[in-house]
Design a protein around this ligand. Structure first.
Ligand code: SF4
Length: 283
């Protein structure tokens, strides 16, 4: 079983940020384009996702569920030291040893099982080759990833975008919070009843408004996370120093509100239906 993996899985699907590429596609949506340009001008390229190989990115995407990246780094480092950052090695290592090595990332028993489930999927469907997996159509691969034990939409989309370079926008609680605070309608109304848009609907909103460019999605999501962490906190957002403050709706960005926008949503209400939504992702 363990000798059925392809040996060379060392290429990360890293994409240069769109602003660095001469032929970058124009953005279609004014507001989304302006958000992106303002964020990029303020923060520059984010160089996501940290990882030396596509498989390492996938491991990171699973380990960062419900924790911060600072707790994931030591786990990745231990796996690297033990030469376990390959699909074959993860499938061959014993579950107790794997649990011990990734202990720092929290929920280590569940996450060890998720890593095992992913590499089993990779062997069963793609002969253990991430390169083969990467060549699958997005509409085939995404449902396959979502069917793996412990892989929710945000993790699946992080794998698709950051590990294998598919044009899938990664949505998280930061994106939802920023859009809501800037007056975007994130509720679906039918027959007089209203409900919040779910993860899929917000992902489709981004993908409708932006060209299907994985380099753009890569950078934009990373910039959103940076903004959420530095400025757009669940309570007491720091609008005064935020690159997006000029885009606040007039009723919010009044003279008394520039340094603190009303927290119209509670931390719990920003959660999306994703296994990663509370995670603090790599900086
Ligand atoms: S901190 Fe304020 S200006 Fe920045 S994204 Fe959040 S609501 Fe907008």
């Amino acid at each position: 079983m363990c000798d059925r993996y392809c040996a060379n899985e060392t290429t990360v699907a890293s994409q240069p940020h769109p602003a660095a590429t001469p032929e970058r596609a124009p953005l279609r949506s004014n507001s989304f384009r302006e958000y992106y340009e303002a964020l990029f001008a303020a923060h520059g390229p984010q160089h996501w996702w940290p990882g030396r190989t596509s498989f390492e990115v996938i491991v990171g995407a699973i380990l960062v569920q419900n924790t911060s990246w600072t707790n994931v780094e030591p786990a990745i480092e231990r796996l690297r030291r033990e030469k376990l950052l390959t699909p074959r090695a993860i499938e061959c290592v014993s579950l107790p040893r794997l649990e011990k090595l990734i202990h720092s990332s929290g929920y280590f028993r569940q996450k060890a099982k998720k890593l095992k489930a992913f590499v089993k999927f990779l062997r069963d469907e793609y002969q253990g080759s991430i390169a083969k997996m990467a060549r699958a159509e997005t509409q085939t691969l995404r449902p396959q990833l979502l069917a793996i034990h412990g892989i929710g939409p945000e993790t699946a989309d992080s794998i698709l975008l950051y590990a294998v370079g598919h044009p899938v926008f990664v949505v998280d609680a930061y994106a939802r919070r920023i859009l809501e605070r800037h007056g975007h309608q994130l509720h679906f109304v039918r027959d007089g009843k209203s409900r919040p848009l779910n993860y899929e609907e917000i992902r489709q909103l981004f993908e409708r408004e932006l060209p299907r460019d994985p380099r753009l999605y890569n950078e934009f999501h990373a910039l959103i996370v940076q903004t959420g962490k530095r400025y757009c906190r669940p309570k007491n957002p720091i609008c005064g120093g935020c690159p997006l403050k000029t885009f606040l709706p007039n009723e919010i960005a009044g003279p008394t509100s520039l340094t603190e926008a009303p927290s119209t949503i509670s931390p719990s209400s920003t959660s999306l239906t994703s296994s990663n939504s509370s995670a603090s992702v790599p900086a």
